[in-house]
Design a protein around this ligand. Structure first.
Ligand SMILES: Nc1ncnc2c1ncn2[C@@H]1O[C@H](COP(=O)(O)OP(=O)(O)OP(=O)(O)O)[C@@H](O)[C@H]1O
Ligand SMILES: [Mg+2]
Length: 481
């Protein structure tokens, strides 16, 4: 049986809160202050703590720390009679699960508590996928187990020993820089610098000086001589990112480094020897650049001695689970939040995404979800910007759908009413009803491919009513435009 602790100094309101939760399948215990509740928590951690307060006291903060200290964080719900900005920020910053300003409706409280208890135990359900234990191995560790990535790992192993130039191609965010770094770290150059230069981000006039350095007076503003990246990475590796954006004159100089291992500083006369391995990357098609006379064909072949092509993430779905596990562990360690796993529904949702931004997009998505998560298990709700999995509808069939719709509607209404404040000219009621009506009409027509008779039957309204609602939709559409 789940245990819920309620902390309320006032006996009457404590009884009221307890009463509101009576019908839920949980054991509710009331306490006058945080100190008693903390003692009870030490004996056995509850599933939820509800506390009343406008701003956190020292004791509240202590309670919040204890609630988050265990392997499984205990959500703390704050009921604030005088909700205010400072209180909301302080409680949430201290790790509260939610801060409900001016709670008044016992049904709403019951729905909120029911939802928290459901989410907090999501990882006990059969569909939960647990994350690996232990700390994250390394920031720059490259992970993958798809046949495509295994081939890439083999390639890295093969080329690391040599000094050959490497060209890495692939869409943005597929891990080109990470592969370059891994090659460097596996090579005999590992102790020497790895320097990355983004050729697209530096104006052409400055790129040469960035790469080769310059002598004092070489150009206006060159008030002192300066070493370039080739000199600074001597003995190590230089990573020329976005090489497809490099100008033709600079390309000629890179070609010379590759062929003769020499270069001069801009404005300098002395020829310097280069012992830097070149790894280049691009997300452009260099073949197309060559056709457009934007890229030298001889440099292309020189760079392409070893060529690695990184497939898009959607082409190697076998890596997704491993990458999710990797990033959850990376960010839970950084954010110091104990995330234990992910629900099957959320995992399915991640699996159907296009990931046009590839691994970087996945990484950012997981990072946001880990930081925002409050239950210790990643749920669909933690990924509000992703499209739902087609086989995981957000509402179950029948009764469950309406219950959830009611919950969602309550939440939305609460926000809209808060935004409306004390204003007298708001149309919250009309707006909400309009939104629901037009969603029903639109979906019914879509479901029955425009057949009004079938759509009106399914909605349980007359055809005339349906037509008038369709008219209202058009009116609203044109009024809005
Ligand atoms: N296989 C992988 N394992 C772990 N992390 C990865 C993997 N691939 C990419 N990443 C991470 O994804 C992010 C993007 O990778 P990276 O910067 O190497 O991509 P890129 O191909 O160079 O992108 P762009 O073309 O936009 O520069 C980085 O944080 C990187 O650590
Ligand atoms: Mg990159």
């Amino acid at each position: 049986m789940k245990r819920v602790l309620i902390i309320e100094p006032d006996t009457r309101s404590r009884n009221r809160t307890q009463g509101a939760l009576e019908s839920l399948p949980c054991d509710v215990q009331g306490f006058e202050g945080p100190a008693d509740a903390i003692r009870a928590m030490m004996e056995e951690m509850p599933s939820l703590v509800i506390t009343r307060g406008n701003e956190p006291s020292e004791e509240d903060l202590h309670l919040l720390r204890i609630a988050r200290a265990g392997h499984r964080p205990v959500p703390v719900l704050v009921l604030a009679d005088n909700g205010n900005r400072h209180g909301a920020i302080s409680y949430m910053d201290a790790g509260a699960y939610d801060y409900v300003a001016n709670p008044s409706d016992p049904n709403e409280l019951r729905a909120t508590v029911d939802e928290i208890l459901r989410l907090a135990s999501a990882d006990e359900e059969p569909g939960h996928i647990a994350m690996s234990e232990g700390d994250h191995a390394s920031e720059s560790q490259i992970v993958g187990r798809s046949p495509e990535m295994i081939e890439i790992f083999k390639m890295i192993g093969r080329v690391a020993k040599s000094d050959a130039a490497v060209l890495i191609q692939g869409e943005s965010g597929t891990g080109k820089e990470l592969v370059a770094r891994t090659i460097h770290e596996t090579s005999r150059r590992a102790e020497k610098p790895f320097l990355a230069v983004n050729c697209a981000a530096i104006p052409d006039t400055l790129l040469e000086s960035e790469l080769f350095g310059h002598e004092k007076g070489a150009f206006t503003g060159a008030t002192y001589s300066r070493k370039g990246k080739f000199e600074l990475s001597h003995g190590g590796t230089i990573f020329l990112d976005e090489i497809g954006d490099m100008s033709l004159p600079t390309q000629a100089k890179i070609l010379r480094v590759l062929q003769e291992h020499t270069f001069e500083r801009v404005g300098g006369e002395q020829t310097l020897a280069s012992d830097t391995r070149i790894i280049a990357a691009t997300n452009k098609s260099l073949v197309k650049c060559i056709e457009d006379h934007q890229f030298r064909v001889d440099l292309f072949y020189r760079l392409k001695v070893v060529s690695i092509f990184l497939p898009a993430l959607r082409k190697r779905p076998g890596d997704l689970t491993l990458l999710i596990d990797h990033f959850v562990r990376k960010y839970r360690q950084q954010a110091k939040v104990p995330i234990r796993g992910i629900s099957q529904r959320a995992q399915a949702m991640l699996e159907v995404q296009e990931w046009t931004g590839n691994v970087r997009e996945l990484e950012n998505t997981i990072q946001t979800a880990v930081v925002l998560n409050r239950t210790g298990s990643l749920e669909c709700e933690d990924f509000p910007f992703l499209r739902a999995a087609p086989n995981a509808p957000s509402f179950d069939s029948g009764e469950g759908s309406l219950d959830r719709l009611r919950d969602e509607a309550r939440k939305a209404a609460r926000v809209l009413l808060m935004q409306a404040g004390d204003s007298t000219d708001c149309a919250v009621y009309r707006q909400c009803v309009d939104v629901m009506e037009s969603a029903l009409v639109e979906m019914a027509l879509e479901r029955f491919e425009g057949n009004q008779v079938r759509a009106s039957k399914a909605l349980g309204i007359s055809r005339n009513t349906l037509r008038s609602k369709m008219g209202a939709d058009v009116d609203r559409g044109s009024a809005a435009s």
